[in-house]
Design a binder for this molecule. Structure first.
Ligand code: AMP
Length: 384
């Protein structure tokens, strides 16, 4: 493992990013003050990361464009994990890619991902592979109702998955998903969902942020609140994370999402990138996941990951609440991704920071009322 190679001229080091969404944009916002420039590859001419660097407009399966990106940057990374192996390997002919393609591949297929996690002692819910209707019936026999049927590839934010509670659900789900390679999972009756975000840098130095409690609605993350889990669960999560980081010889930020069920951690999935549940780190931690990812892939020393205040993140899906009124709330940090609103689309977030849990709750109540919808009910779950 190495840091950035010496450049022949005096231009600032440039980071290439496959994907130009909000994660790329926040990597840009974190990396620019460190002196880096950014070049994003994205099919969309108005990809929102373009505000923080140059945009190369091309498809993610365009190996030529990936080579061009690689020629113009010193190191590359990605802001979403469904980059094809061909694109990743075209890119690595010309420059270093962190996390490396092995990490990218490991999480793209839910079946391979679960087998890998289990093999490392990171338990997942019981599951059954489904390539045809007979497999599905066999799986249901084994796992029982309720169960969750998911596509093996390309599912995210609750897309490509259906909860099966009875025979009727089964028929509907089969019509929708029957053409795909699938995995059937036991439904986990969880007390909470949480995630661990970690960073591993040059030479294997590793840091983790505190476990973060996540609240979803229809498979989409709505709220994240760090802290609040006991030390035993934190260290269990860290051990599991360490096993995965070492197995992948990983460099950059990695996230594991867990269910907490009967006090035990069961992994749901991992993401080889910065993660929505780590957005609070921009305002609530000594060093954010974005800055530490940039530091890790460029070989810089890692920053501290401790919480600097109580904090809570609200995700804005489909529409933004009234910004000007929101800014009246103490400790509110506004993040507009500059994306056009569309139902179901993540277009921004806000983080609340506070000196005490009581103050955080007061601000969270105000913001939840302002945002409306499900927020009052969902955020109350975080202050039980
Ligand atoms: P995923 O796309 O796998 O991250 O799933 C999105 C969300 O759906 C999770 O965060 C959970 O809220 C819910 N979910 C997914 N799989 C299960 C499961 N096996 N049991 C219970 N809830 C699940």
């Amino acid at each position: 493992m190495t840091g950035l190679p010496k450049r022949p001229n005096s231009r600032p080091a440039r980071i290439g990013v496959l994907g130009g969404g909000q994660l790329g944009r926040m990597l840009g916002l974190a990396g620019i003050p460190l002196g880096f420039q950014f070049l994003f590859l994205d099919p969309s001419a108005d990809a929102c990361a373009g505000a923080t660097g140059e945009l190369l407009q091309a498809g993610f399966d365009d190996s030529e464009a990936a080579r061009e990106l690689a020629e113009r940057v010193d190191v590359a990374t990605f802001d979403f994990e469904n980059v094809s192996r061909q694109t990743a390997s075209a890119l690595t002919e010309k420059c270093a890619l962190y996390p490396a393609p092995n990490a990218l591949g490991a999480g793209q297929d839910r079946a391979e991902e679960k087998a890998l996690l289990n093999s490392l002692g990171i338990n997942v819910a019981p599951y059954h592979l489904v390539s045809g209707r007979t497999d599905l019936l066999e799986g249901l026999e084994k796992l029982g109702y309720p169960a969750v049927l998911k596509t093996r590839r390309l599912g995210y934010d609750g897309k490509g998955q259906v909860v099966l509670r009875d025979q009727e659900d089964l028929e509907r789900a089969w019509q929708k998903l029957g053409d795909f390679e699938l995995v059937l999972e036991a439904f986990v009756p969880f007390e909470a969902e949480c995630s661990l975000v970690a960073v591993r840098g040059l030479g294997g130095e590793t840091r983790t942020w505190p476990l973060t409690r996540n609240v979803h609605s229809n498979g989409i993350l709505m709220l994240s609140r760090p802290g609040g889990f006991d030390d035993a669960l934190q260290s269990e999560a860290e051990q599991k994370m360490q096993a995965l980081l070492e197995h992948l010889d990983y460099r950059g930020v990695l996230t594991i999402e867990f269910f907490v069920s009967r006090g035990q951690l069961l992994a749901n999935e991992f993401a080889p990138r910065v993660h929505n549940s780590g957005h609070w780190t921009i305002d609530g931690a000594a060093c954010s996941q974005f800055e530490n990812h940039v530091r890790a892939i460029t070989g810089l020393p890692l920053g501290e990951t401790g919480m600097t205040s109580h904090s809570l993140m609200f995700n804005w899906i489909g529409e933004l609440p009234d910004r000007d009124r929101a800014l009246e709330i103490p400790g509110l940090h506004w993040h507009d991704y500059g994306k056009s609103p569309r139902p179901g689309r993540k277009i921004g977030h806000a983080t609340l920071t506070a000196d005490s849990a009581e103050q955080l709750e007061l601000s969270a109540r105000r913001l939840a009322e302002l945002a409306g919808g499900e927020f009052p009910e969902l955020s109350a779950k975080l202050f039980d």
